[in-house]
Design a protein around this ligand. Structure first.
Ligand code: PMP
Length: 308
């Protein structure tokens, strides 16, 4: 998504600044050492009003990511939730993508971050389907990356840290070079992990499988939503380490994430998955998900946070 508009306001450490003036010094710690953690959240329009999907869970994960890296956020979770709502209102948006980021700012350079301030910004903008509108209906072609996820004990992958996305970028670039729409990464043991910015679900013989957290994945909030929706639809959802070969013989597969939403996978490493298009169980789960976020069914899980 290219930024064409460059209008509107960005929330920076408690103040709104014009989009073009939302600048950070080149000698900021985050720029040199990757010291930032962030969130990707979507808000959906229902009856002309903006509704933020699982706002509190996203903000809580942001604080947990910061905690792992000993970054003390100079705001409370409630203040950040309010600031996110204010930023949507300030920009007169309803359907939008929300990007809060917490980063080590400008003071001194050196690996130790302790003297650098912890800064927070929130930006919002309109962002359509991450892998394309067509992808939501017809699916994407995926290739297994030659890059593995970082091993346990190297990078904490439950933290949504900017530095993790260097690994994601290598996988995504390789996938593009090889003509795929997106990559799928394995963990260091060769088990299925996740996409560069998406969790994965596989369906075989009517059962739904997804990798465990110990397979170096982010604990996705969409992943959690899908597990709840699918269970309520009567499916057995199994979290377990999954061998790579499972990718080739599953009946259906899909990616799940705030940006990607529920995107079917139609091929994996040039092997057609199922009928080579969105499968029936994927469609059922996708519909259940979209019905909640579009306000077509009751929000019985309390996932929507209206921007009043
Ligand atoms: N894995 C990675 C690496 C991601 O970047 C994302 C997107 N945040 C996900 C999974 C999906 O997480 P969520 O559903 O919380 O957006």
């Amino acid at each position: 998504m290219a930024f064409n508009e460059e209008s509107g306001k960005i929330w920076m450490d408690g103040e709104f600044v014009d989009w073009k003036d939302a600048q950070v010094h080149v000698l900021s710690h985050a720029m040199h050492y990757g010291s930032s953690v962030f969130e990707g959240i979507r808000a959906y329009e229902i009856d002309g009003k903006s509704n933020i999907f699982r706002l509190k869970d996203h903000v809580h994960r942001l604080f947990n990511s910061a905690k792992i890296y000993k970054m003390e956020i100079p705001f409370t979770e409630d203040q950040i939730c309010e600031a996110i709502k204010d930023t949507i209102k300030e920009n007169n948006l309803t359907d939008c993508y929300i990007r809060p980021i917490v980063y080590r700012g400008y003071k001194e350079l050196g690996v130790s971050p302790v003297n650098c301030p912890v800064c927070v910004t929130i930006a919002v903008w309109e962002w359509g389907a991450y892998l394309g509108e067509d992808a939501l209906a017809n699916g994407v072609n995926i290739g297994v990356s030659s890059w593995r996820k970082p091993a346990e004990g190297t990078f904490p992958l439950l933290a949504k840290a900017a530095a993790n996305y260097m690994n994601s970028q290598l996988a995504n670039l390789e996938a593009q070079d090889n003509g795929f729409d997106e990559a799928l990464l394995l963990d260091v043991n060769g088990h299925i992990a996740e996409g560069p910015g998406e969790n994965i679900f596989l369906i075989k013989d009517g059962k739904i499988y997804t990798p465990v957290l110990a397979s170096s994945i982010l604990e996705g909030i969409t992943r959690d939503s899908i597990i709840k929706l699918a269970t309520d639809l009567g499916y057995e959802v199994i979290e377990q380490p999954l061998p790579r070969d499972f990718l080739y013989i599953a009946d259906e597969e899909f990616f799940a994430g705030s940006a990607a939403e529920v995107t079917p996978i139609r091929s994996m490493d040039h092997r057609v998955i199922g009928e080579g298009r969105r499968g029936p169980i994927t469609k059922e789960i996708q519909d259940a998900f979209f019905d909640v976020i579009k306000g077509k069914t009751e929000d019985k899980y309390g996932w929507l946070f209206p921007v009043e």
